[in-house]
Design a protein around this ligand. Structure first.
Ligand SMILES: [Zn+2]
Length: 343
């Protein structure tokens, strides 16, 4: 009898062993919607191109991405672009870590729980560059800056660095934040509004659509023959930082992707509250937070909430659409996790 039990146990072990041990050379499958957080793949439910993927943008690289290849190395790059001061356009999220923790992660080996302790803001930008390829060129090749995500006109998300890195996009909030640059030519004072004519025109059907300037070719948009339309057909007027501005809205594809990414980040980082800065009446605060409020703020926010010299993501950005949508995903996920709680 005892030998039968041993035999049974052995067969259970062998069977489960067959399931868990991978054969050498087996490829892990990816769905193409994963972001990377401290070395882990996290699903978003929307297309993501990583820095290591074909067609990706790699902010770990020292050389310029778009200069002639013979002169792209760091030595030539510093010679030709004085703004490039550091071969690494990112650094360590060191603030708030003990000396022992800094020693542990200085080589890049972050664990998720430590990162969750440090990251509590998600900063939204528009890129002014208009398309993500151009955005990466400006940040990486010309300005010695970086950002974790870029969101192109067709809704493709590009991740350029693991979220464990301190990217350079939002001055005082760099250490504690994740950043995204959304492709959009930006917001302008009404006397400068003709800058928008370069990027927007009415089609034959009378609808305003995005017209990528011919100097940028196809703009590097991943969806072939993509035609982008602002989510709101009319020019949006609004006041940011005390200035009256006009801007065309982001595309529905961008809102769709950003809503899913926001839900993902709020779920992965418990300190990022799924909310945006509001006044006492519950309306969006359209200016920089006081230093004190910014210091204690944990959640999603615009670049203009951090710096007085910034107006992005501009008056057209639909906060409620993104945050409300993300909250819905979070609630759905909760009800999936506890199916009996509602009964
Ligand atoms: Zn910005």
């Amino acid at each position: 009898m005892a030998s039968l039990v041993v035999l049974l146990l052995a067969s259970v072990f062998l069977l489960s062993g067959c399931k868990t041990v991978s054969r050498p050379g087996t490829m892990t499958s990816r769905k193409g919607d994963e972001i990377v957080v401290a070395g882990r793949f996290v699903h978003t439910g929307t297309p993501v191109v990583l820095w290591m993927d074909p067609g990706g943008y790699d902010a770990y690289r020292v050389e310029r991405r778009f200069s002639p290849i013979q002169r792209s190395d760091w030595a030539h790059s510093t010679e030709e672009v004085p703004e490039l001061r550091s071969p690494n356009r990112y650094s360590l999220r060191a603030k708030g870590l003990s000396d022992e923790e800094i020693e542990r992660v200085r080589g890049g080996g972050w664990d998720l729980s430590l990162l969750q302790r440090v990251v509590d803001q998600f900063v939204i930008h528009f890129d002014v560059a208009g398309v993500s390829r151009e955005c990466f060129k400006v940040l990486h090749d010309e300005r010695d800056l970086s950002v974790h995500f870029m969101l192109d006109l067709d809704g493709t998300i590009y991740q350029t660095l693991d979220l464990k890195e301190r990217a350079w996009h939002a001055t005082t909030s760099n250490t504690r934040s994740v950043g995204i640059e959304i492709a959009n030519t930006g917001a302008y004072r009404s006397e400068e509004a003709n800058a928008l004519n370069k990027w927007y025109a009415k089609g034959e059907d009378g609808r305003v659509r995005i017209t990528i300037p011919t100097s940028l070719g196809d703009g590097g948009i991943r969806t072939k023959d993509f035609v982008g339309y602002p989510a709101k057909a009319e020019l949006v007027h609004g006041n940011i930082q005390g200035e009256d501005l006009v801007q065309y809205d982001f595309t529905p594809e961008q809102y769709r992707a950003l809503t899913r990414l926001t839900a993902t980040l709020c779920r992965v980082f418990p300190k990022i509250k799924c909310d945006y800065p509001k006044d006492a009446q519950g309306h969006l605060l359209p200016r920089k937070l006081s230093d004190e409020d910014l210091d204690s703020y944990q959640g999603v926010l615009g670049h203009y909430h951090i710096q007085t010299n910034k107006v992005d993501p501009g008056p057209a950005f639909q906060w409620e659409r993104v945050i409300g949508g993300a909250r819905k995903f979070l609630m759905d996920a909760e009800s999936l996790q506890t199916p009996r709680a509602k009964e």
